[in-house]
Design a protein around this ligand. Structure first.
Ligand SMILES: [Fe+2]
Ligand SMILES: [Fe+2]
Length: 296
């Protein structure tokens, strides 16, 4: 939306971007508002199907510029395969993050290796957490452009009640020294709300967005922190909610009752798409607004 602020205000659609020109003190300056959609953990076929069905209209209705998603549960709840990653990219997702399930399908290692030499190939736009031990396959961050706007995506994993990876706080510090884009999106894939909230405060004003993933339950604490970082503790799962975090509920209840090894299967009912929409200023990298989305 192009807005010229002189004696009158004029609004025009312009290449999906929201440009605001301001006549102030005899000089003109402009800012571009970038609108980002982030879709929470896509779980199995039900999650993939609702994304395929609803994403085109969601992008159109909200004038979305950049689409991001966590795809760690795309393959029947456990990991992601190369064909499924390609399928999600073809739906219009620009960058996929993951988390603790990233290695569940071993073929994803070859997919990561195939990206070597092409900084913007689909395989390079699939991330695993950046704070995994040095030398692991894949990348934990991505820098690209959408239209003429540079942006970066960073994937981190928590350490509380999870595997003891490298310190996500200090890994974020290191990455922020290297990343050139002003618009920086961070997916913190973590179990503990405290760890995610602490990372939000720690990165406030240094990145554009910090969202939590992994617990598959959307939280109602979305806000823009004082220094301009949009934050939510968990975006929620995109998949079947007639379940225990995506898995058939009777299997999980049985596991709790018996403590016997149980083969988990993806549930199918009450499918929802959970996401957030964030508006940010591409010049400063500061967020202006974050809204929760839940579609059925
Ligand atoms: Fe997940
Ligand atoms: Fe996870």
């Amino acid at each position: 939306m192009l807005r010229l602020w002189t004696t009158t205000t004029l609004s025009l659609k312009f290449a999906c971007y929201h440009r605001k020109f301001t006549q102030a003190a005899g000089r003109q300056r402009y800012t571009t508002i970038m609108r980002i959609l982030f879709i929470g953990d896509i779980f199995g076929r039900p999650g993939r199907t609702i994304v395929k069905d609803r994403l085109p209209l969601l992008v159109k209705e909200h004038s979305i510029n950049l689409v991001l998603a966590n795809g760690e549960n795309s393959a029947a709840g456990f990991g992601i395969t190369p064909p499924l990653a390609e399928e999600l990219f073809e739906m219009g997702i620009d960058v996929l993050t993951t988390g603790n399930h990233v290695w569940d399908k071993r073929e994803i290692v070859e997919y990561f290796e195939a990206a070597d030499g092409n900084p913007h190939s689909p395989a390079r736009r699939l991330l695993r957490p950046a704070n995994y031990p040095p030398g692991m396959p894949g990348w934990g961050w991505y820098e690209g452009r959408k239209g003429d706007i540079p942006y970066a995506v960073v994937n981190l994993q928590g350490r509380v009640f999870m595997a003891s990876n490298d310190d996500p706080f200090r890994v974020a510090d290191q990455l922020l020294k290297e990343i050139k884009a002003k618009v920086i999106f961070v997916d913190v894939h973590a179990e503990a709300t405290s760890e995610k909230i602490a990372l939000g405060w720690y990165l406030d004003g240094r990145v554009t967005v910090v969202v939590g993933t992994h617990t598959h339950v959307p939280t109602a604490d979305e806000r823009v922190l004082p220094n301009g970082t949009a934050y939510i503790t968990d975006v929620g799962m995109t998949g079947p909610y007639d379940s225990v975090i995506g898995v058939k509920k009777e299997l999980v209840v049985g596991k709790f009752l018996s403590n016997m090894p149980t083969r988990f299967e993806a549930a199918t009912g009450d499918v929802r798409l959970c996401a957030v929409v964030v508006d940010c200023d591409e010049r400063s990298g500061h967020a202006r607004e974050i809204k929760r989305v839940m579609l059925r």
